[in-house]
Design a binder for this molecule. Sequence first.
Ligand code: 8YV
Length: 331
Amino acid sequence: MSRNKPLVVVTRKLPDAVETRMRELFDTTLNLDDHPMSQQELVNAVKTAHVLVPTVTDRIDQGLISQAGENLKLIANFGNGVDNIDVAAAARKGITVTNTPNVLTEDTADMTMGLMIAVSRRIAEGVQVIESGEWNGWSPTWMLGRRIWGKRLGIIGMGRIGTAVARRARAFGLSIHYHNRKRVNPATEEELEAIYWESLDQMLARMDIISVNCPHTPATFHLLSARRLALMQPNALLVNTARGQVIDEDALVKALSEGKLAGAGLDVFEHEPAVRPEFIDLARSGKIVILPHMGSATIEGRMEMGERVIINIRTLMDGHRPPDRVLPIDN
Ligand code: 8YV
């Protein structure tokens, strides 16, 4: 530690302004060429650093945490979801974990709406037609999509992002239904005229569009299983901007290929950056729209995520509880 500044290791390239500020405040090791860190690099980092700043692309599991040195006091995740970190193992070692909530809510909700509209109105297919030079002109029965106005949207996970999706969806004329571990407060339900479904199965069977907005936890792994996907209406659409692990991808491919589900908009995948070839074929055929985990990818969002990371580090270093502390989930 130089001049009493904590040693902070950042695993990926962050926006320049964030990196510059971090170097002013901390003894910061940057990853200038943005390569995903190897296991050995991560081990070296946790052995020496006071603070590790990982992202969704780093597995901070129990094995890694067990090798952490005495110095490591904080894992300040650059991201909202913490399914890449074994939070319980960190807690057992007295290491605090923080994330960056709130600042990517609106961007992720925008992308959810974007996918919903892109799938139902065949936007990606339209782009492909123009780019291929095969557009022969307008026709009354060509490229017909499905209207979203007046349809029913079922949101799985009515946290910050789910609620932000609901607000937008209301303006697009969708009626709001949701499934959540807990019912949201009456004022929010009233504002959104939202219908709560305690039973996910019951909700799935009745919706025109389903949006996945819950975190990936042991309880939500493959929540949308083959059995549950089969409950959905054949005309229904599925949008996922949360985590690929929430959907059984084998079952989703099967449902889409067999026409048991009309389409999907996916920003996330179970084994990123690998995307199963069937999804790519389905995207080429216009059945689904797929994006490479871009839900929170705005300049403003990334800057604010960096600011949250800095605030969390500084607060802990000043001897206080960081604002975005994440506690282990009690199952
Ligand atoms: C982030 C995300 O880009 O914050 C999250 O949980 O999924 C993403 O939108 C990513 O996590 C950055 O680490």
